[in-house]
Ligand binder design. Structure first.
Ligand SMILES: N[C@@H](CCC(=O)N[C@@H](CS)C(=O)NCC(=O)O)C(=O)O
Length: 207
């Protein structure tokens, strides 16, 4: 197996997931900023022209960060990051979706609609970028309220893939200069905890 990845938020999701599981795979670097993900070579791997992509031993490809994480979790159940029983897995899935849609979503939209690199990918609407920018604060306020019960991580007492998805939003927030509001005590407690993870220290900046 080989992972096509690079310094980009969704690639971070898989790289951090592997790091948390102490899992090593050969990695081929794709430079998103240089447009390498949209080149013909890579379009053969993923018709959407995106990373991450996992190349399997039979030569086929798997895209979508969460699908790749799911596959790696099945092959390497230790350390479990996606749950260990029906209810626990469902709760982690619930929180992963929430972090993806409620927290990471607005950040991704700001990036897509405001960063020059995406100008030829979608029709950028600056007003929409601004409204999504404002929405990030509202969503963090919601998250802060959720975390006010004192739990250590997004889905409970242990670190899971839902935290990694949240960390991905933090990575985008760094590109956009759009931090978590400093007065949100519980949200910032979580931010400090995840920013101390080895996976963050290793992959949240270019390597
Ligand atoms: N839904 C996909 C999203 C993948 C994606 O958006 N990848 C971005 C990097 S974060 C990309 O490769 N963009 C390349 C480009 O737009 O040129 C996933 O979860 O893997």
């Amino acid at each position: 197996m080989k992972l096509y990845a690079g310094f980009a938020p969704n690639a971070f999701r898989v790289l951090a997931f592997m790091h948390e599981k102490n899992l090593d795979l050969p990695i081929e670097q794709i430079d998103v900023l240089k447009g390498e993900a949209r080149k013909e070579d890579h379009l053969k791997r993923n018709s959407l022209g995106e990373i991450p992509v996992l190349e399997l031993d039979d030569g086929s490809y798997l895209s979508e960060s969460i699908a790749i994480c799911r596959y790696l979790e099945s092959l390497h159940p230790e350390v479990p990051l996606m749950g260990e029983n029906a209810l626990n897995s469902a709760r982690i899935e619930m929180w992963n979706r929430r972090m993806e849609q409620q927290i990471m979503g607005p950040y991704s939209e700001v990036g897509l609609h405001a960063m020059p690199i995406f100008a030829d990918k979608i029709e950028q609407i600056p007003e929409y970028a601004e409204s999504q920018r404002r929405l990030t604060s509202e969503r963090w306020a919601w998250f802060n309220e959720e975390m006010s019960d004192g739990r250590a991580f997004v889905a409970g007492d242990t670190f899971t893939v839902a935290d990694i998805t949240g960390m991905t939003a933090l990575m985008i927030s760094g590109f956009l200069d759009l931090d978590v509001p400093s007065d949100l005590r519980h949200a910032n407690r979580w931010v400090n905890a995840v920013k101390a993870r080895p996976s963050w220290l290793r992959y949240a900046k270019p390597v």
